[in-house]
Design a protein around this ligand. Structure first.
Ligand code: SAM
Ligand code: SF4
Length: 328
């Protein structure tokens, strides 16, 4: 799958549910409306669709959501997709809030999952509650520990939030590196209506990086995970810190990703509205060629990039859908 700008698409992110057991303030409003369950692809349909993408050149598959581990019977999908590992599929992974990891990590490890991303924006239990509204920090930390014992490598992802976690990023780095984990920071993106003003949340990573320089020595390194993060090594801890900067530095020139939602809509860019329905072709025919052709037509429309912007009183989000729909 080669797009009009010569970029090969080899990375698929699949949202398996728009539901979640948290309500993070930058991601969802507290009274989110979720999709009716009958609109969702079944696990068998998700498996078949992923199979078509793998046959077309996808080497890395990330399961996300919403919270992927709250989807009922989700391990059936992991189990089935894992049979593709060792063949054309090089990596099967997930992004999770960690709340269910204590329960599922051993089975995930058994399915050949080697590394996962856990989203965690603070180590302060009171702030954690305020950010996630419904989350319990101890449960997440317990889940991380079970996953590590199961042999899964963990990268911690934190959204940089002005006035919320800006006073503890150094501590988070020390904690992550002290426990053998990479740490990545993400700029908040204007996706979906939420109650707070995004301008108040937005903390550019150029500023975060500047702040880190007063405590740490950051050495540029050429480490890649196939995602959009750029990494440095922290001399004092020996660990890696990644920066995902959709706003201050657009990384679209090297984009290798597309996303499917839990209803089978293919988004060629996280920050644009153009999309292609794959649920129709999936349900219309047992012939995977029909789906494959629909994917080919969509890849030819992959845009050059996103144009996220966050401005005071620019309260309309860049895209109307929430991150939990497209899958982060
Ligand atoms: N529930 C899982 C989790 O939190 O890891 C997976 C889905 S969540 C939508 C994926 C990632 O997107 C999380 O790291 C979350 O912090 C991030 N995210 C959600 N909304 C965001 C936004 N508006 N801007 C930047 N990152 C966002
Ligand atoms: Fe749920 Fe993840 Fe969104 Fe938080 S960021 S509300 S955990 S989907």
């Amino acid at each position: 799958m080669i797009d009009p700008f010569g970029r090969a698409v080899s990375y698929l992110r699949v949202s398996v549910t728009d539901r979640c057991d948290f309500r993070c303030v930058y991601c969802m409003s507290e009274d989110m409306n979720f999709l009716p369950k009958q609109d969702l692809l079944t696990l068998e349909e998700l498996d078949r669709l992923c199979g078509v993408f793998i046959d077309k050149g996808v080497k890395k598959l990330r399961i996300t959501g919403g919270e992927p581990l709250v989807r009922r019977d989700i391990m059936r999908l992991f189990r089935s997709l894992s049979t593709r590992l060792g063949g054309p599929l090089e990596e099967l992974t997930l992004t999770t809030n960690g709340s269910q990891l204590a329960k599922f990590a051993p089975e995930l490890a058994d399915c050949g999952i080697k590394r996962i991303n856990v989203s965690l924006d603070t180590l302060d239990p009171v702030k954690f509650k305020a950010i996630t509204r419904w989350g319990d920090l101890d449960k997440v930390l317990g889940g991380i520990s079970v996953a590590q014992k199961a042999g899964i490598a963990i990268k911690i992802n934190a959204v940089a939030l002005k006035g919320v976690n800006d006073g503890e990023v150094e501590e988070m780095i020390r904690w992550a590196h002290g426990n053998g984990m990479d740490m990545t920071f993400i700029e908040v993106m204007p996706m979906g209506d939420i109650e707070p003003d995004r301008f108040d949340q937005y903390w550019p990573l150029s500023q975060l990086r500047g702040q880190l320089l007063s405590t740490f020595t950051l050495d540029e390194i050429d480490y890649q995970t196939g995602g959009p993060a750029r990494y440095v090594r922290v001399k004092e801890t020996g660990g890696r810190v990644g920066f995902i900067t959709p706003l201050t530095h657009n990384f679209c020139e090297s984009c290798n990703r597309v996303r499917i939602t839990c209803t089978g809509t293919l988004y060629m860019c996280l920050g644009q509205d153009d999309a292609a329905d794959l649920r129709g072709p999936l349900r219309a025919s047992q012939d995977n060629k029909v789906i494959s052709e629909a994917i080919d037509r969509a890849i030819l429309r992959k845009p050059k990039g996103h144009d996220f912007m966050i401005e005071r009183d620019g309260s309309r989000p860049a895209v109307a859908r929430h991150m939990s729909v497209t899958g982060g």
